[in-house]
Design a protein around this ligand. Sequence first.
Ligand SMILES: *Cc1c(COP(=O)(O)O)cnc(C)c1O
Length: 459
Amino acid sequence: MSINKNEIPYKIYLTEEELPKQWYNVRADMKIKPAPLLNPGTGQPMTAEELEAVFCKELVKQELDEDTPYIDIPQEIQDFYKMYRPSPLVRAYCLEKKLGTPAKIYYKFEGNNTSGSHKLNSAIAQAYYAKEQGLKGVTTETGAGQWGTALSMASAYLGLDCKVYMVKVSYEQKPFRREVMRTYGASVTPSPSETTNVGREILAKFPGTTGSLGCAISEAVEDAVTHEGYRYVLGSVLNQVLLHQSVIGLETKAAMDKYGIKPDVIIGCAGGGSNLGGLISPFMGEKLRGEADYQIIAVEPASCPSFTRGTYAYDFCDTGHVCPLAKMYTLGSEFIPSPNHAGGLRFHGMSSTLSELYHQGLMEARAVEQTSVFEAVQEFARVEGILPAPESGHAIKVAMDEAKKCIETGEEKTILFGLTGTGYFDMYAYGTYNDGTMSDYIPTDEELAASIANLPKVK
Ligand SMILES: *Cc1c(COP(=O)(O)O)cnc(C)c1O
């Protein structure tokens, strides 16, 4: 059957046979590799053995593998993926019409599973390797709650115990997320808590703090290393997570190739970088190999602007300084973003793979203000139907900005963006926007300089 390229359906799906059977590791095609994780005590690259005290063995192998381009997806993970994948690649015909743009807009929608986001793609992989290793359970942190939910689902499926440290402000603002996690059998503790040494120290140093991802990570790591049969798992930032999330980009590329579509601009929101890293992976691979060129834009909140206002340096991944050092664009591990910011894009650092690609000028970044994000999200929701997560709204905002530019220039650009999840648990934030009480908090240069001054000294 030949396909008329002018008649592109609203949704492009792949058949089960067309689903990716391997993940793609973009580091294999990078000439300059991302900087290695360092042991904060010795300043030397972390060895597999050191990492295995905290992380599952097979995941450590994936974390350190910068040479193998394709890694097989175990059959059990492929089967789990089939319950909710492929995710649709949607042509935003209704949005194009509403905007009156000559641009062609596509989005890859990752919200069609109960966890409501792309996080499940890596949660099932990480839980699978923990189970394979014969562990009892996993510990983790969650910010907005999507990662904790995804990991609870994956752990329940595989019969693993799951302990989640949830950033206190989200724990209070999103009680229903907590109940979803508990329904899937996870235990949920608001962070900082009194249950860990590092939690008690943080509470003593910053009384009344609403918490941050950095604090919750420290607590989850401490819990894992002090309990036999447990390891810590992380929902973003790490190379292994970008690897698992490459399923998003591989599906997108396969769907586009079916119809001979080539994106000019690829846009994604960036918290720790996993959805964006996953979406762009195969496209970036072509770019690195000199086979094609794409404009790639990371979108971050103006309240937590790691790429656009951060420093490229070694830093701690967590507030309690129990994790290895990563070289990344960072705002400093003591930076605690304003609790006014609604989304989950609140991590002080960024994936070291994306940081290196950004440093090499292979991608760009933009920071956008919260109220402008919700304005775009509302316009999008009213024509495309989906109620997006505020995080996803950052990508929507910039995709719409780019489409509007095409109205002026008359260019028929093809714009692709990642729509990472749904916003049903974010109605508190939607409420403040609807009431006109939502605020944009942008950190001052002095605040950023103060937290950057505390970067660890690495030669
Ligand atoms: C976690 C999350 C993000 C941000 O995380 P990344 O690792 O940067 O992808 C974005 N959108 C949704 C819906 C999320 O749950």
